[in-house]
Design a protein around this ligand. Sequence first.
Ligand code: CO
Length: 142
Amino acid sequence: MIERIDHIAIAVHAIDASLPYYRNELRLVLVHDEVLPEVGVRLAYLDAGNSMLQLVEPLAAGPVATFLAEHGEGLHHICFAVEAIPDVLQRLTGETEARLFMGGRQRRCAFLVHRPNGLLTELTETRPSAALVASLAEGARE
Ligand code: CO
């Protein structure tokens, strides 16, 4: 059901201020950097070998900004890669309320309702969404 850890997310006030440590000190490679306007966050993905670190910077009021105000910077959530989120949510107790949304790297995501051991947990699909694949295929035909 769960394939691997996709990323470990760290909430930060400013990605530009945080990146030099990860890139220059830890020598991690920045593989993706994007803004999700609908979610109100900027995400930076660093290749950590068998998984990724995701720096999350809030660009608007919302859960990440609230987290930073309450806890300061630090571990925000872990994310598991799964084949199909709806199938997994069906199998988990009490997770039918979890809301699917388009997350980073054009993959469907959902945060679990439950926080096992207090940890915010996200699921993401191993491949970009079918809608994105279809739109890319359409673009390639033009
Ligand atoms: Co995430």
